[in-house]
Ligand binder design. Sequence first.
Ligand code: GLN
Length: 485
Amino acid sequence: MTNKFATIAALRSAFSDGSYTPAAAVADALTTITENDPAIHAFLHTYHDTAIAAAKEATAAYEAGTADLPPLLGVPLAIKNNILVKGERATAGSKILENYTAPYDATVVARLRAAGAIFIGSTNLDEFAMGSSTENSAYGPTKNPLAPSRVPGGSSGGSAAAVAMGAAPAAIGTDTGGSIRQPASYCGLVGFKPSYGALSRYGLIAMGSSLDQAGPLTHTVADAELLHTIMAGKDPLDATSYDLSPTAYDKAKPLTIGVPRAFLKDGIDDDVAALFEKHLTEVRALGHQVVDVDLPLFEQGLAAYYIVMPAEVSSNLARYDGIRYGLSVPGDDLLAVYENTRAAGFGDEVKRRIILGTHVLSSGYYDAYYKQAERVRTMMRAELAATFAGVDVIVTPTTPTPAFTFGAQADPLSMYRQDIFTVPVNLAGIPALSFPMGTVQRESDTLPVGVQYSAPIGSDARLLAIGRVLYDERSASTSWTPPQQ
Ligand code: GLN
């Protein structure tokens, strides 16, 4: 695991001073995958040949001493397999897209590529990003590299595991209700969910279109910020994307940090709650003010999410009909083709959400469920806006528990409860950052748990700057040195 503690920043400086090369980094990344992935299964595909070819070119550019090399030149990245990479398989973790090849690059991929990044492979995920453990992947689960009897989280579990096992300094995931932050929490990483619209969704395989955003999983907030800045910004191919106005953070001014106390009462493991209190004490000691805030509608977040999200899922996934994309199972007439294809191609969780979604959107129930949930969502935004008038950021644990063992959350409702702190953020469209706050012990496993900071919509730059101060500047420096060539 030669890349284990490498950050993007460290790799970049080693490439620049010649102590390491992109060719060696990519070769090491591919070796790490060969050696470790049979046990972990973070990757669905590796992009062996294209990665090696790109690394050769990048190495030559450093050797030529070219001025102004792009910021990610030669940096290996892993990418969740619901994000299109031209010419590569894009399965979204589903059988229905098993043989689907992406005809173009997603905008975030195109931007990272233009910045010099080298994609080394696609990572495993819960089918169509529906889940919190990767157990819903049609290709089998991913294991947590820190504790292989446990899940890495989900749905971006493969991306988190790829970074945690040292195959890449960073990976890209997507987050509809927590799928970047929760695996970051379980794998001891930094995960960032940008404001809705900060990034283009063009080329992301849609789950819930009003909730989905792509974002980074990294070892440091600085690396997350770098990747985010490269991916962000208006894209003519996604009408919901826009350029955020710059927001600055004045380090000298103490923060006011809001804690939704009432929300933290139930369902959190005692040691996670204690770790969170310890984090608050540390933050107070840095001179920041921690105050209680009342967010009664946040508590309705999970219920509203599990109506809005399936509604959008049912409509987004209508396109998988055996005609347009991927799998096609023959039938006597067109309806039978639809039915046979969808019956064979989708897994249980996907079917469950499509059924829920069509139910809440049906004319008899629309007012009772969907409309009601959208109302909650609107009121939640207003409640948040009012709260952010008094506090800079809101903080909660990222997850109520550390990584659980396989099968431990087999009941879908108990699995959904893992998302209690993360889904309100997506409903509100605000940015949120998760970083490790410490570890707890489960049997012989020492397991990380994350803390989540969220901020007003559009203040992504400010939140990341706060994260650098609260995490990067306080964590032990990662003493990575390039391996001997
Ligand atoms: N775990 C949540 C769900 O299953 C979130 C998924 C996600 O963010 N893609 O809906």
